[in-house]
Design a protein around this ligand. Structure first.
Ligand code: WT7
Length: 635
């Protein structure tokens, strides 16, 4: 894979030009760096109307052979997975490539013993323990489709996801540690499964040793099942376009949708982008602080690094336990060379004061990355100066669950840097800025809707079980383009992401649809109607601001708040708790009944002087009340 590494900015420029001139030839050369069980016969076939995109058709492969087996001869004794527990006093785990290969094979044999077959969907609802990575790879090993659900989601949210893709098996743990707390996990699965009929088996990893109920015939302990199987599990041959995984993400309408990624293209792009963005060299220790429950964890904790034979660090805990120096202590403990985190974590740690980062060495750091939301200039500089000690490039990586891999970013120290700009597109990526009439906006110093005009190997192929939805959400707004949902600005060929232009809000790098939160709030028996908007939040990037109309009979404001929060925690999870709940007598609606969110956004931002035209409102007086109450709430 070393042959696919770009080493100078001019390498990048040449690769970029080549990828535009002849994308097929370009990706053929990259894909050749991987091991295939059978060669593909058609590199790319595509149209963005239906849409239908196929890469490396006819090619056969297994991504775990590329992540594991391929490295055994030369790197079998290199560390593949480093695991740092929540509690720094607990022993870390170090697995070499050959050990990880064994562990994955054993877990894969447990799945087989439970009757899981190629094409079956497996839900993975686990804390950040080594068995999460092992379990994900075990699914891929036997051709089962993993659907990882972040362990902070509620039982209802888990049930929705299990049902949507009809999972036959769930991988989970008894409980989990998060900072000073131990939390239930298996109990949440049990609750979810009361609403699911497709699940035949549940495999439970022991983590915190709490008491759990085991359902006879359905549930088994991983440590008991694994002693019954052997360590050899041949990798299932997969077609390049077979499903590798489903990952649910929120959009502006309806329930979260299952983004589908396939084996060949995803592999090619995850490996290529990892190598080049982080400029990983053999022996480096790479750490991405994301949870495997999100796409960042899939592509840049598990697949991208392992495809490159890298040492990837997985961290169970939180940035502030035992104190706000934990990230930097862990960097020093392992000599982390590449560090990848989210702006919300950077801002939260920045607010804790410099002493924590100043007391660390951080001498091994070479590249520091950011992902998930726009990074503001202040956080960028703190990250660059304090964490990077002024001599590590910051790679601000823009991408999405749907894109599978990093799309716009600097490449290690090759690229010129500009705070708040993600940078240039990776080779093979053709971003454009469109105006409202779908015209491409040319030139520099311009803003528009960020779209992509040519397929790349790791793009989503569909939304699980509902291809029409994939078409409507991503390919219908601007015909012939993939629409990202983001607005962006271009300056000297570099892109600055402005943020979502749809009804999606980004809270600490987590994506929510406003409709999704409203539906959850409306499930509270005390609520008649609600409208949710995002507003700028110092730490989280965006906060959740909920305007709620309560049932006429309800008077007790505290009871309403508690009910709303409880309902949200039950429907989605604690991550969806609103930052502000404002009880309102009505919502600003047009005569046709449409909520004017523009006004609600302005009020939430604290800008009540400049609300624009309100003449089309059915009852403009409602705005005055909302404004006055908002000012009151702020006091
Ligand atoms: C949305 C995708 C893929 C990583 C985790 C989030 C925003 C992501 C950046 C960045 C500005 C960013 C966009 C995007 N976003 N990275 N570097 N700068 N905004 O994945 O949950 O699929 O969300 O996150 O708005 O559309 P996701």
């Amino acid at each position: 894979m070393d042959q696919i590494q770009l080493r100078t900015f001019s390498d990048y420029e040449k690769a970029y030009a080549a990828s535009i001139n002849d994308p097929v030839k370009f990706w053929e050369e990259i894909a050749a760096a991987y091991s295939w069980q059978a060669p593909w016969h058609k590199t790319l076939e595509w149209e963005f109307e239906t849409p239908a995109v196929k890469w490396f058709q006819g090619g056969r492969l297994n991504i775990t052979e590329n992540c594991l087996d391929r490295h055994l001869k030369e790197r079998g004794a290199d560390i593949a997975l480093l695991w740092e527990p929540n509690d720094p006093k607990e022993q870390e785990v170090r697995l070499t490539y050959s050990e990880l290969h064994n562990e994955v094979s054993r877990f894969a044999n447990v799945l087989k013993a439970k009757g899981v077959k190629k094409g079956d969907r497996v839900a993975v609802y686990m804390p950040m323990i080594p068995e999460l990575t092992i379990g994900v790879l075990a699914c891929a090993r036997i051709g089962a489709v993993h659907s990882v659900v972040f362990a902070g989601f509620s039982s209802n949210a888990l049930a929705d996801r299990i049902n949507d893709s009809q999972c036959v098996c769930v991988l989970t743990a008894d409980g989990m540690y998060r900072g000073s707390k131990a939390l239930p996990v298996k109990a949440t699965v049990d609750e979810a499964l009361e609403q699911c009929t497709s699940v035949e088996s549940v495999i439970v990893v022991r983590r915190d040793g709490r008491d759990v109920t085991m359902v006879e015939g359905r549930d088994c302990w991983y440590h008991e099942a694994v002693v019954e199987v052997d360590t050899d599990c041949p990798a299932e041959p997969m077609d390049a376009e077979d499903l590798l995984f489903i990952l649910y993400t929120s959009g502006s309408t309806g329930k979260p949708k299952g983004v589908v990624h396939t084996c060949g293209g995803y592999m090619v792009y995850a490996g290529y982008s990892f190598k080049n963005v982080f400029q990983y060299e053999r022996g480096d220790v790479y750490w991405c602080t994301a949870d495997v429950g999100w796409i960042t964890g899939h592509s840049y904790i598990i697949y991208g690094p392992l495809l490159n034979g890298a040492t990837t660090l997985m961290f169970e805990g939180v940035p502030t336990f035992p104190d706000a120096g934990r990230f930097w202590d862990v960097c020093d403990k392992y000599g982390v060379n590449q560090f990848y985190t989210a702006p919300t974590a950077i801002r939260a740690l920045m607010a804790c004061g410099d002493e924590f980062v100043d007391r660390a060495e951080l001498g091994a750091l070479k590249v520091i990355g950011s992902v998930g939301e726009p990074i503001n200039a202040e956080a960028w500089h703190w990250y660059h100066d304090r964490v990077g000690r002024g001599n590590c490039p910051v790679v601000d990586t823009w991408w999405q669950t749907e894109t599978g891999g990093i799309m716009i970013s600097g490449l290690g120290n090759l690229s010129p840097q500009r705070p708040t700009y993600a940078g240039r597109p990776l080779p093979g990526i053709q971003p454009v800025l469109l105006d409202a009439e779908s015209n491409e906006i040319e030139g520099d110093g311009v803003e528009g809707y960020l779209c992509i005009k040519h397929p790349w190997p790791s793009m989503l192929r569909t939304t699980y079980g509902d291809h029409e939805r994939c078409k409507n959400v991503y390919f219908s707004n601007y015909e012939g383009y993939y629409f990202t949902g983001d607005g962006a600005r271009r300056e000297e060929g570099m892109y600055r992401i402005i943020g979502r232009v749809d009804d999606v809000i980004n809270v600490s790098g987590h994506r929510f649809g406003t409709a999704e939160i409203e539906n959850a709030i409306n499930a509270s028996p005390l609520v008649t109607e609600s409208a949710v908007v995002g507003y700028p939040h110092d730490i989280k990037g965006q906060g959740i601001y909920a305007y709620v109309i309560v049932d006429g009979a309800t008077q007790d404001v505290q009871a309403v708040r508690t009910s709303i929060i409880d309902t949200l925690v039950a429907e989605i999870g604690a991550i969806a708790k609103p930052d502000v709940i404002q009880i309102v007598p009505g919502l600003p609606k047009t005569r046709s009944g449409k909520i004017m969110r523009r006004i609600l956004r302005k009020v939430a931002e604290g800008d009540t002087t400049n609300l624009g035209d309100t003449s089309t409102l059915l009852d403009p007086s409602i705005v005055e009340i909302i404004k006055a109450d908002a000012n009151q709430l702020r006091k």
